[in-house]
Write a protein that binds this ligand. Structure first.
Ligand code: ADP
Length: 259
């Protein structure tokens, strides 16, 4: 079973609120279909759907005042709208995609998933469905509510369900020595070993490998997955054929995180 996380930066236009990249979504659905991989969980990010609302209403910080309730609901609704587009694209390719809203079966504890009821997920996989989940606004036992990132969710599912691989599809070619969007000298790292991951996760932007923002979050979430011996691949899902090849286990330009 493979867990595929599709980054919000790939499936939406991050500059324009509530704007999906329909061409990318369709292409990715085609690549998934063509790969022939059916033991698969897809998790997608929020991009310009979830993030602006979550930020405006400070959902990640937790419940502080009544008006946030509407913000929570609207954030969740925005994610459902994006999810509908992904599921539609997959169905259009004949993939039995099944939407499973994380907020309906996960409650976090201070931002982290504790206990996780996997019955529905396991059964839907066994029955031959492709579950499609996403980063979501969820209830939180400590904060009242918060944002559960697609990165945390996909890593946790890969770990709990013993995936053979976790693939992060993003808008850059992998992990670089520094943020490639800001530094023209940044070099792509083809392999990142566990010890290097631990260094990066600890100090973030302060080592020779300067990783920040969303990429730092991914490496932190990937740590326990790699520790468990499950390889994690970070690659550019914006480049045609990459997801197709990665799902088939073929080599793709990117970063492999492994022990
Ligand atoms: P997504 O929304 O697709 O999940 P994020 O935007 O959260 O992706 O994270 C990927 C981003 O992390 C890249 O677009 C890049 O700007 C940033 N980043 C920061 N440091 C690095 C690094 N060292 N190597 C690669 N990307 C980095």
């Amino acid at each position: 079973m493979i867990v595929l996380k599709l980054g919000g930066s790939v499936i939406t236009d991050k500059e324009r609120p509530m704007t999906a990249d329909r061409i990318a979504i369709r292409r990715l659905a085609e690549e998934v279909a063509l790969s022939g991989v059916r033991e698969l969980i897809i998790v997608h990010g929020g991009g310009s759907f979830g993030h602006p609302l979550a930020e405006r209403f400070k959902i990640a910080e937790g419940f502080k005042e009544e008006p946030q309730l509407l913000g929570f609901s609207k954030t969740h609704r925005a994610m459902m709208e994006l999810n509908r587009l992904i599921v539609n694209a997959l169905l259009g390719q004949g993939i039995p995609a099944l939407s499973l809203p994380p907020s309906s079966f996960i409650i976090t504890h201070d931002g982290r998933i504790k206990a996780l009821n996997l019955e529905v997920l396991r059964s839907s996989l066994e029955r031959g469905f492709v579950p499609v989940l996403y980063g979501d606004a969820v209830l939180d036992a400590v904060r009242g509510f918060t944002i559960l990132s697609g990165d945390q969710l996909s890593a946790r599912l890969a770990l709990e369900l013993g995936a053979s691989r976790l693939i992060f599809g993003v808008d850059v070619d992998g992990v670089y020595t520094s943020n490639p969007k800001l530094d023209l000298e940044a070099r792509l790292l083809e392999v990142l070993r566990l010890e290097e991951m631990e260094d990066v996760a600890r100090v973030g932007g302060a080592t020779s490998t300067d990783v920040t923002g969303g990429m730092l979050g991914k490496i932190r979430e990937a740590l326990p997955v790699v520790e468990a011996g499950i390889p994690v691949v970070i690659l550019n899902a914006g480049r045609p054929h990459n997801i197709f090849k990665a799902l088939r286990g073929e080599r793709v330009i990117g970063t492999v995180l492994c022990r």
